[in-house]
Design a protein around this ligand. Structure first.
Ligand code: ATR
Length: 276
């Protein structure tokens, strides 16, 4: 019998996940289909009960339900528990287990797309919202030398560093971080600054950027933010948000099926769709 997978969120209409997963199911000859489920915030518990009752094999979870689903699951893995958000649920013979592949997907995309090892690297994370949380805690499980945080509301960066309880991290105001750019090998924008439609905005001044620094943005609309364009012009190696989108999906796919999909093909499909 064909297995059913899907995405629950509100709204979900513009998601590119069905494109990636359905293509991978076909390519790998897996009899399964990925659907979009628009779930009103008042009906999260019913939606999860529905996953159980209907025997849906697995779901992704997106905004605004990543925290709300947790009380209805049977178990949650350590990383998802630490960040307090689930983006992937596996239905293991009726037992629903929550994971979060966003941060791990980001780190894997960074390592593979930029062909870099994070061992000994000095990293600056810009932002302290939901996106930053998963990325920061995933970076803490690498052998990076420093993982510093900066945010417009510096108290939120401070809070994350406190939670991280890791001597490799410090936090700075945006203004202070701007004066220290030459101290970093890798810089990551996790904020929405520069995203469509406010494409002129930039999260941090790049005046002190050293050529050769890796500059990464989790935004994929536009494919190249103004910030990445400027970083490139200053000699940085740049990465956009498509990698994180694809790799979080690939890691979810692997949890559901035990198989690793063709990420380059997924990437190509996503980029084609974003260009349309
Ligand atoms: P998400 O879950 O997508 O990360 P979020 O939790 O609302 O969204 O976090 C958005 C991040 O972008 C935060 O770090 C936010 O900074 P504040 O904590 O100071 O709000 C940052 N951000 C959003 N708009 C910004 C702006 N115009 N300038 C600087 N930072 C901004």
């Amino acid at each position: 019998m064909e297995k059913v997978y899907g995405l629950i969120g509100f709204p979900v209409e513009h998601s590119l996940s069905p494109l990636m997963h359905n293509d991978a199911f076909v390519r790998l000859g897996i009899p399964a289909r990925y659907h979009l489920f628009s779930v009103h915030p008042k009906q999260v518990s019913e939606a999860i009960a529905g996953v159980r009752a209907l025997g849906i094999a697995g779901v992704n979870v997106t905004i605004p339900h990543k925290m709300a689903v947790i009380p209805f699951l049977d178990d949650i893995d350590d990383h998802a528990r630490r960040i307090g958000a689930v983006n992937t649920i596996v239905n293991d013979n009726g037992r629903l287990v929550g994971y979060n592949t966003d941060g791990p997907g980001y780190v894997k995309a960074l390592e593979e797309e930029m062909d870099v090892s994070l061992d000994g690297k000095r990293i600056l994370v810009i932002g302290a919202g939901g996106g930053a949380r998963g990325i920061y805690f995933s970076l803490l499980s690498t052998a990076a030398k420093r993982i510093d945080m900066t945010n417009r509301t510096v108290e939120k960066a401070e809070q994350l560093v406190r939670e991280g309880e890791d001597g490799r991290s410090a936090y700075f105001s945006l203004a202070e971080a701007e004066t220290r750019l030459d101290e970093y090998d890798i810089m990551i924008n996790t904020t929405s600054v520069g995203m469509h439609p406010r494409v002129e905005a930039q999260p941090l001044s790049l005046e002190r950027l050293q050529p050769g620094t890796i500059v990464s943005d989790i935004i994929y609309n536009p494919l190249e933010t103004k910030w990445l364009k400027e970083a490139k012009a200053r000699g940085a190696r740049v990465q956009n948000g498509v990698g994180m989108l694809v790799y979080q999906g690939a890691l979810a796919f692997e949890k559901w099926t035990g198989q690793w999909p063709d990420v380059n093909r997924m990437k190509q499909l996503v980029i084609e769709a974003l260009r349309r």
